[in-house]
Design a protein around this ligand. Structure first.
Ligand code: PXP
Length: 242
């Protein structure tokens, strides 16, 4: 079954709005796991406007499920990941001033760059995933970097879901096929929510992990964190009808 990794950046954004430690990011991670999350994701950015580098260090000893650190592999990020040694690092080509991740890697153009970074992470036993657009060529080229997985960037799927979900998912089906044929594991994330999640994981079986932040934390305002996580986990059960 697909694992749910909760991206807790928005908890840090709320905390940072006041300058104190409320809500407590470490407590939130522990609680997400208590409520059933199978992973915790953080995305530190150079300006530390959401998750701080210090948070990643503090989270390492308390995360008992899977710890995923995602971000642009600039030198400070690489040093952090090598120090913290999460289970997985997800490489994202986001510009420092981007509001959120807004594109996947061009794995053809950046093949050598990515290969070097991935080799370094592998030396330290850290699994790697590369964030890619839904383009089978990007998945195929990703495999040449030596990465373990790709994360399919699902923004366009989410944006097109209500108009025509079959059309919206087609490039993802093709990319997933290419990635699997090349021997890569599959993750997915961005803008997944309680409406669009089930159709995605049922149409593309074999998604190992989804990482979800914005919609999940927004839903928690209404339903509470425990109920919200249960609702997302229910969507991942493969036997429920779409
Ligand atoms: N995957 C990656 C690589 C991301 O950058 C993000 C957002 O930080 C997500 C998944 C989660 O997206 P969302 O917050 O829309 O659920």
């Amino acid at each position: 079954m697909t694992k749910l990794s909760v991206n807790i950046n928005k908890i840090a954004t709320l905390r940072n709005a006041r300058g104190g430690n409320l809500p407590d990011v470490v407590k939130a991670a522990i609680d997400c796991e208590r409520y059933g999350a199978q992973g915790i994701t953080v995305h530190p950015r150079p300006d530390e406007r959401h998750i701080r580098y210090r948070d990643a260090r503090d989270l390492k000893p308390v995360v008992i499920t899977e710890f995923n650190i995602e971000g642009n592999p600039e030198p400070r990020f690489i040093d952090l990941v090598l120090e913290v040694k999460p289970h997985q690092v997800t490489l994202v080509p986001d510009a420092p001033d981007a509001i959120t991740s807004n594109q996947g890697w061009d794995t053809i153009k950046y093949r050598n760059h990515l290969s070097d970074i991935i080799a370094e992470f592998h030396k330290h036993g850290i699994r790697t995933s590369i964030f890619v657009d839904p383009d089978p060529r990007m998945a195929e080229a990703a495999a040449l970097t030596g990465t373990d997985r790709v994360e399919l960037y699902t923004e366009s799927y989410a944006a097109g879901y209500h108009a025509d979900r079959q059309k919206a998912i087609t490039p993802f089906v093709e990319s997933a096929r290419a990635a699997t044929a090349a021997g890569l594991g599959l993750n997915a994330g961005h803008d997944l929510n309680l409406d669009n999640l089930r159709y995605f994981v049922q149409t593309i079986p074999g998604i190992l992990e989804v990482s979800i932040g914005h919609a999940l934390i927004a839903d928690a305002l209404y339903y509470g964190l425990e109920t919200t996580i249960q609702l997302y986990l229910r969507e991942l059960k493969p036997w429920l009808p779409v």
